[in-house]
Design a protein around this ligand. Structure first.
Ligand code: NAP
Length: 542
């Protein structure tokens, strides 16, 4: 039973990106005091850390945004279809200025631990400088792809030049013009980075383990006509995101399966949609690409054909073509000239899976078992400890003296990705076993649920809400059952971050709810309507 001890803040959250800013707005409106800590020197989260060349959104910018204020939607203008990191970062500053969010944000403050106090029902939050403060509600808003995965490569400290993870691109910038650059990894980050770097670097060498199904982004400038059309229809666009399996403003389902369409029509439809760009290609062509193995194969072969068309050297094209996993078992990147970059004389691909594995990083560069490559700069574009990495990096201790990291050692269990049994009064934004979708849409839906839960507690005089173990077991089981029925289950074989399988010494696990983001958002609203049956509420002592 909680005692009525007064906390320093009603709410403390970690992370001043989209989630942290949205939380401040929503919870302040609900009459709560909130402090958001961030270890970065600026707000922006992903968009302050990921400053690598070419970093841009893969969602179309006009719905990769916060939608709580019509004024902000009307006043902000995006310059292109996929805004670069600088523009997205400026947008988040605009939101913070406009909504006067800054007084609630404490930058350069890394939270190192958070401890639930059984006697008071409060959380004690400690920052790296040793300062502590208390709150009733503690929220992880640290992002689901934010904690780097830095592989344990032999000799990594011996390299003489800059060598860093892609999401730790030097904040002051890095002049790579005329330099020899080595990039380890070829996921969405490298797909964006390579074509831009190749333009001015002396040469760029990509060390590839697994190729990706890369689809065209098709960048376009925002025209006044397009902007007017968007702004005249924002309500409909937001509703589309809310009701879409991937949280995107797409026109799907389309009511057509590839399996039921004659092959020549299939090819015509795929050809028609390919040049339009974006993940729309997957969602606005056929409804069965991610559920029917044969349909998935057909579209995978179509993409392979496009790779062959664009890469001049057939052997190289073959190396760049995925062969042993279905489309979407790894998150497909969007392309801004990735394959064309390999047609340049100054770009090279090294197959480190079958031909020449990396042996070590050396003083001069990267040594494989066949050669030594000399570089001035090495970028580790090796991905992230998705979903769990960031909360696990903070010593978050709930009931029974167990940390979140300990709890998640074998299974990253949660209830709808928003709360975890044995961690009372703690919430996650897009935690494990939430869907993978357009992030601002999911973030806003999570914020609504959290705000409604806290409002209930405040208005009904509860001191503690404890996520129920049975509810967690049910969500884990449902998530696993849905996953098992999808083609994504075949992704167990690949090193997909979507299964946590990209992390050495970590057992793959179901990190994503694959039942559809729209279904998940409905479930969150049902939970609110039913008074949060997943939680046990305990009254505060008078
Ligand atoms: P990623 O997709 O996980 O790719 C990491 C790459 O590093 C893979 O090619 C991986 O090979 C390789 N790798 C990992 N450990 C390695 C090791 N020990 N030795 C050699 N190679 C190794 O990471 P990412 O490109 O940073 O993208 C991660 C996610 O962030 C994306 O899927 C996306 O959701 C998000 N992202 C979004 C955007 C955007 O929306 N604009 C941009 C960038 C990233 P394997 O595949 O064989 O494991």
């Amino acid at each position: 039973m909680a005692s009525p001890q007064e906390p320093d803040f009603d709410v403390i959250a970690i992370g001043a990106g989209f989630a942290g800013l949205g939380l401040i707005h929503s919870l302040r409106d609900a009459g709560l005091s909130i402090r958001v800590f961030d270890r970065a020197s600026d707000i922006g989260g992903t968009w302050t850390w990921n400053r690598y060349p070419g970093a841009a959104t893969d969602s179309e910018g006009y719905y990769y945004c916060l939608t709580f204020s019509k004024e902000i939607l009307d006043e902000w203008s995006w310059s292109e279809r996929y805004p670069g990191w600088e523009e997205t970062h400026r947008y988040l500053h605009f939101v913070a200025d406009k909504c006067d969010l800054w007084p609630h944000i404490q930058l350069n403050s890394e939270v190192v631990s958070a401890d639930f106090q059984e006697d008071s029902g409060l959380w004690v939050v400690t920052t790296a400088d040793g300062a502590t403060c208390t709150c009733r509600y503690f929220i992880s808003a640290m992002g689901m792809i934010s904690e780097p995965n830095v592989p344990d490569l032999k000799g990594v400290d011996t390299f003489k030049g800059p060598c860093f993870h892609s999401s730790r691109w030097p904040q002051e910038g890095l002049d790579y013009a005329g330099k020899r650059v080595g990039i380890i990894g070829c996921g969405a980050t490298t797909v964006q980075m390579l074509p831009v770097m190749a333009e001015t670097a002396a040469n760029v060498t990509v060390f590839q383990r697994t190729p990706n199904f890369v689809m065209p982004a098709v960048q376009k400038p925002m025209t006044p006509e397009w902007e007017k059309e968007i702004k005249d229809n924002y309500e409909e666009i937001i509703a589309k995101c809310r009701n879409h399996v991937f949280g995107m403003a797409f026109d799907s389902p389309v009511g057509r399966n590839l399996a039921d369409t004659p092959p020549d029509e299939v090819q015509a439809i795929l050809e028609e949609h390919w040049p339009r760009g974006s993940f729309r290609f997957v969602f606005e062509t056929f409804d069965d690409l991610l559920s029917n193995a044969e349909s998935n194969k057909v579209v995978s072969e179509f993409i392979a054909g496009k790779i062959r068309e664009r890469v001049n050297d057939p052997e190289l094209a073959d190396l760049l073509t995925p062969k042993d996993y279905p489309l979407f078992a790894k998150r497909p990147p969007l392309d801004h000239g990735y394959f064309e970059a390999y047609n340049r004389d100054n770009v090279q691909l090294v197959d480190i899976k079958d031909r020449e594995p990396i042996v070590a990083i050396t003083e001069k560069g990267i040594r494989t078992d066949a050669d030594e490559y000399e570089f001035d700069i090495i970028v580790l574009a090796t991905g992230f400890q998705a979903y769990t990495g960031a909360p696990e990096a903070v010593a978050i201790r709930g009931r029974g003296d167990v940390t979140l990291k300990e709890k998640w050692a074998t299974e990253s269990a949660s209830i709808m990705g928003v709360c975890v049994a044995d961690f009372p009064n703690m919430f996650l934004i897009t935690g494990p076993q939430a869907p993978f979708a357009n992030l601002p849409t999911s973030i806003e839906q999570n914020i609504l649920w959290i705000t409604d839960c806290i409002k209930k507690m405040e208005s009904e005089g509860y001191g503690v809400c404890a996520p129920l173990r049975e509810a967690e077991e049910a969500w884990v089981a449902e998530t696993a059952e849905i996953h098992a029925q999808t083609l994504m289950a075949q992704g167990d074989r690949v090193n997909s971050w979507m299964m946590g399988a990209n992390i050495e010494n970590k057992n793959p696990r179901v990190l994503i709810y694959f039942g559809g983001a729209n279904v998940y958002y409905d479930k969150l609203r049902e939970s609110v309507a039913q008074g949060f049956p997943e939680l046990a509420f305990e009254r505060a002592a008078n």
